[in-house]
Design a protein around this ligand. Sequence first.
Ligand SMILES: O=C(O)[C@H](O)[C@@H](O)[C@@H](O)[C@H](O)CO
Ligand SMILES: [Mg+2]
Length: 382
Amino acid sequence: MKITKLTTYRLAPRWLFLKIETDAGVAGWGEPVIEGKARTVEAAVHEFEPYLIGRDPARINDLWQTMYRGGFYRGGAILMSAIAGIDQALWDIKGKALGVPVYELLGGLVRDRMKTYSWVGGDRPADVIAGIRRLREGGFDTFKLNGSEEMGLIDSAAKVDAAVARIAEIRAAFGQTIEFGIDFHGRIGAPMAKVMLRELEPYRPLFVEEPVLAEQDESYARLAQHTSIPLAAGERMYSRFEFKRVFAAGGLAIAQPDLSHAGGISECLKIAGMAEAHDIAFAPHCPLGPVALAACLAVDFVSHNAVLQEQSMGIHYNQGGELLDYVRNRTDFHIEGGYIRPLPGPGLGVEVDEERVIAASRSAPDWRNPLWRHADGSVAEW
Ligand SMILES: O=C(O)[C@H](O)[C@@H](O)[C@@H](O)[C@H](O)CO
Ligand SMILES: [Mg+2]
């Protein structure tokens, strides 16, 4: 079998789908994207074509190493997202050609169902109580919300109190009948992260995510000395080589690589194993589409330390396109009581509605995240 063609489709809400075709008529799908830089990742995917066209798609490991090492420069959000989507599509091809789900190729299931969680509250967390109530009716009992709006490097007790009051409100409304993670989203610098973690301690969130920006990852170990709240991070880390230093330094309780940013299934499987060796939980980041989610699930179902899966149903970013809009086998993605079962189909288990993808790609928005500024006019972390 030989790779014959790579076709990319930018489409709402902010996704990029990749179709890899072969001379055997088997095609695989991937989701290479950096939210807000879809065109850049699309160009990177096509720049990898000389390494791929004419090659045997079954040799995923060699193709991965060729893409990662062959161009001298390596790593980073753009290249690792391009490699991620190509890797996903290659695993999809391999599973389809053999007629088995990817998780069977990776040694089979370690669990019968995977716990998922839902976002509530949006960019500026509001109406979280109503959002949790609505999602609980749908069977979810685990949620994630943004921990604050803009936060200065040093900020006021009033700003901290406003953020903490929202969390107190959730616990007052639901007690321990629900769990929730709090995403600091990199908006909070190291000085205020220590303050916020102390004030949030009594409300026992399931985790705090990106307590500081990934470029401040040496703070994880220091912050972990001051809090019992499990610290989570990984969506802005792009390979096992970045995770190895963070794992060795300690402080991280949950590793959250994104299957569409950190080199795909091949790389995130290795990250999951490294995390397990450090007794660190694995909870892939996934605010993206169905192929990205299917890739996460393929790794979740073969990783002992996989504990929680993010999925984007109803996420505040999905304007103009929802998780399953481009999927034919929607019932396979059914979430029951917050759990999703292994996707039964061959490959990644996603039956992509190609006509719908092509139609949607004709009017793809150029999504960008908002640019926030502090009261003094300086740029604020979004
Ligand atoms: O936890 C999450 O889902 C992420 O922090 C998410 O909010 C961002 O990655 C967003 O997709 C960036 O555009
Ligand atoms: Mg996050």
